[in-house]
Design a protein around this ligand. Structure first.
Ligand SMILES: Nc1ncnc2c1ncn2[C@@H]1O[C@H](COP(=O)(O)OP(=O)(O)OP(=O)(O)O)[C@@H](O)[C@H]1O
Ligand SMILES: [Mg+2]
Length: 274
């Protein structure tokens, strides 16, 4: 079992992709925030604003141009990344992809097979366990990737649009399974999503990023009671107000249309959120 609890601290982080003749501007600039151990933080913002880049920077997959990322468990902290693209091993079956993560966690081959199967059942893929990624739909591959991250048993989940490709019912099923695991084990989550309802349903806090170079322009405290339900929590009292606060931070006023003047992500909402 990995260390279950770890906080994440991001200080003044900038990321710059190498561009031809160095003309590329920063993808992420001067981003600072902290995620407490066991906290669930969602990140929303327009397409291309640097959300995936920020997660990759935290995972150490892209170099920082400036700033610092600290995990309270140090370099040993297990970080599970569910990429926007599913990043499965194409030469292994659904079950095989999960077994790899379980073997890395020290599980023996036979036990790993059984547990991989059980995880796939929980994400609704019991029948697909022997299929290869190329034989699965996008939503099915996303679920295998989620099951693999769960199998890896990380202290911190970095999740990039993890539920986006799923149909509404599967999303509720998988979302609630994930919430159940978090309630049991208290992992820390940083969750990127385009879906504002989903962000408010799941998170303790929502960070709103501006169009690139990505900066955090607003933090909305959700503060709704736990346990949450991926479906029913949307009808909890106070939900609409939180949702509206996120829309407002994105530059939308209550009357509809991009407000632009509210300090949000001015004038980019329509392009970014098509
Ligand atoms: N490997 C790369 N090389 C060069 N530029 C990149 C690379 N990856 C991303 N970028 C650029 O960095 C910026 C941020 O990209 P990123 O993928 O982080 O956005 P995002 O917020 O995750 O968008 P989306 O919501 O569409 O997934 C964009 O301008 C993108 O073109
Ligand atoms: Mg992205």
């Amino acid at each position: 079992m990995s260390a279950r609890r770890a906080s994440v601290s991001v200080r003044e982080v900038s990321v710059r992709y190498p561009g031809a003749a160095g003309e590329a501007g920063p993808a992420v600039e001067g981003v600072s925030f902290a995620v407490e151990a066991g906290e669930f933080v969602a990140i929303v913002g327009p397409s291309g604003c640097g959300k995936s880049t920020l997660l990759k920077a935290i995972a150490g997959l892209v170099p920082l141009a400036a700033g610092e990322v600290t995990l309270s468990g140090g370099a040993e902290t297990r970080v599970g990344f569910v990429f926007q693209s599913d990043a499965l091993l194409p030469w292994r079956t659904a079950s095989g992809n999960i077994e790899v993560a379980l073997r890395l966690s020290g599980e023996r081959a036979t036990a790993a097979k059984g547990r991989a199967r059980a995880l796939l059942e929980r994400v609704g893929l019991g029948e697909a366990s022997e299929k290869f990624p190329g034989q699965l739909s996008g939503g099915m591959r996303k679920r295998v990737a989620l099951a693999r991250a769960l199998a890896y048993d990380p202290a911190v989940f970095l999740m990039d649009e993890s539920f986006t490709a799923l149909d509404a019912q599967t999303r509720i099923q998988v979302g609630n399974f994930f919430l159940e695991i978090l309630a049991q084990s208290g992992q820390t989550v940083l969750f990127v999503t385009h879906d504002i309802e989903e962000a408010v349903t799941l998170a303790d806090r929502v960070l709103v990023m501006s169009r690139g170079p990505g900066r955090i322009v607003r933090t909305i405290e959700v503060g709704l009671a736990r346990p949450r339900d991926y479906y029913a929590s949307r009808f909890a009292s106070g939900f609409k107000e939180r949702q509206q606060a996120v829309w407002d931070a994105l530059g939308y006023s209550h009357g509809g249309g991009a407000a632009g003047g509210s300090g949000g992500v001015r004038g980019c909402v329509m392009r970014g959120w098509a």
